[in-house]
Design a binder for this molecule. Structure first.
Ligand code: CA
Length: 494
């Protein structure tokens, strides 16, 4: 026994010595915020997008944003730096009362879309313009026409949609926005612009599409449906659009894992329009909580008492958030014929306007009262009391703050979560643990065995996991190739 211990001690001594000798010239440790498997995108321009429609109302409420390093920056720069390459912005026609009180929900009028488009373009971010053709939220439950269009018939509405779409797009481009794709309606499963007759809806879609074509034939026209778990209904929509000769390019869906079925089914639904009608596919909205805690005093859609139903595979952590997004990207990328164009995270910056975390009693009440004032004044909550005149039965009853502050990519102070880097990490793979660059086989040392491991990866003999992918990229170029093996060998003898 004694002999064994002494042998062990000698081994430990030797290992320690070996480590300390080489430590001086060990390559830098690498670490990302999250571990992400690399995705081989069909198109390097795959849209890794985020909807931040409410962001101007948050800034007016005093919110600022900083990167994971704690440095305050323009949020659009932070997003671009982390690999986001497209921004989605919703447009409501007139989301306020006649005397100018905001309905809330981010106060997303045309002026707001113009400013968001311009700021996004400064950092090379493309724009998906999401027209609701309503003065407030349009979703499967409601598709109310704008106040100004309330008395119009279908023919008149077609004309109004066409004019509003063209004028808005011209305004956004004039302001500097890089319009890339346009949604004619939002989650239009039950109607659009107050038209819920399925024989008339295609004409509204057509009017919006015609405006986009007139604006710029290179801009993509998207139609957006939801409830992808209703597989046959979604396929029916694609057939119905074809039967009615609706002119569009992209079949888009929302995907919220709590309600929307499996990812395999999502690929199937999006793939149907791709295979049969040659359409592109986009997930226009997805999101996932990094925590179940609330931080603004308004209950979150997914919280500790609701949790998530179904077979949820991911944790309520930044890592879980990154896992969800990369899984959805993978599902869209799997759409046949390379027709999967991209994924947009919904409202990834809709954080609290005043952090209630850890407060209790009177302190909590005071902070909540302060938040309410900001939501009312700047429209930075999901709905403000002024919306009662337009949407008395839903938002008019439940108006308040952010129901998704726990699904943002920023913490309550506005600092980027470690998960934000997922938008870029999917291109290369990333590893959240501490490790030595080049230690591909994970034995704690960097030596000739690792060079061989890199060569085997290059030759397609081995499939690296996300950790090995990150470490095999020895020169940090974003790709694993023979240069990495050569550089590592040179480094070993240097
Ligand atoms: Ca909340």
């Amino acid at each position: 026994m004694k002999k064994l211990i002494s042998v062990l001690s000698a081994t430990v001594l030797l290992m320690t010595a070996a480590f300390s000798v080489s430590a001086a010239k060990l390559p830098a440790a690498v670490s990302s915020g999250v571990t992400v498997e690399r995705i081989d995108f069909n198109d390097p321009g795959f849209l890794r997008g985020m909807d931040v429609s409410s962001v101007l109302s948050l800034e007016r409420s005093g919110v600022s944003f900083c990167g994971s390093d704690g440095e305050e920056e323009d949020i659009f720069k932070i997003l671009a730096d982390n690999g986001v390459n497209a921004i989605r912005v919703r447009v409501w026609n007139e989301p306020e009362t006649a005397d100018g009180r905001s309905y809330g929900g981010g106060a997303c009028d045309l002026a707001s879309a113009c400013e968001i488009g311009e700021r996004a373009a400064r950092y090379g971010l493309k724009l998906l313009v999401d027209f609701h053709y309503s003065d407030f939220w349009a979703d499967p439950a409601k598709q109310k026409a704008p106040k100004a269009w309330a008395d119009m018939g279908v023919e008149e509405k077609c004309s109004a949609v066409e004019t509003f779409t063209l004028q808005s797009l011209n305004a956004i481009r004039s302001a500097g926005g890089d319009v890339y794709m346009v949604q004619i309606g939002n989650e239009t499963t039950s109607g659009i612009a107050g038209v819920n007759d399925f024989s008339a809806m295609p004409r509204i879609f057509g009017a919006g599409a015609a405006a986009v074509r007139a604006f710029d034939p290179d801009v993509l026209v998207a139609l957006h449906f939801t409830d992808p778990q209703k597989t046959e209904t979604m396929k029916w929509f694609a057939d119905w659009l074809d039967e009615n000769s609706v002119d569009y390019d992209v079949f888009a869906s929302s995907y919220y894992p709590n309600w929307h079925g499996s990812l395999e089914n999502l690929t199937e639904v999006l793939g149907y329009a791709a295979r049969r009608y040659g359409k592109y596919a986009v997930v226009a909205e997805t999101s996932y909580p990094y925590t179940l805690a609330d931080s603004d005093g308004h209950p979150n859609t997914i919280n500790a008492s609701t949790g998530l139903s179904g077979d949820m595979l991911w944790d309520f952590t930044p890592q879980g958030q990154a896992d969800e997004l990369s899984a959805v990207m993978r599902a869209v990328n799997a759409v046949p014929d390379g027709r999967g164009l991209g994924v947009f995270w919904w409202e990834g910056a809709w954080i609290t306007v005043g952090d209630t975390t850890g407060l209790g009693g009177a302190e909590y009440d005071a902070r909540l009262a302060q938040n309410r004032l900001l939501w009312e004044r700047y429209g930075s909550g999901w709905a403000a009391s002024a919306c009662c005149e337009y949407d008395p039965d839903d938002a008019g009853l439940w108006y308040g703050g952010s129901a998704v502050d726990n699904q943002a990519f920023f913490d309550p102070s506005g600092r980027a979560l470690p998960s934000l880097s997922v938008f870029g990490d999917v291109l290369t793979g990333s590893y959240s643990g501490e490790a030595l660059r080049g230690d591909v086989n994970g034995d704690g040392r960097v030596n000739i065995v690792d060079a061989t491991a890199i060569q085997r990866i290059c030759a397609g003999l081995d499939q690296p996991d996300s950790r090995a992918s990150m470490l095999a990229d020895f020169d940090g170029s974003g790709a694993i190739d023979v240069v990495d093996a050569t550089r590592l060998q040179v480094w070993l003898v240097s």
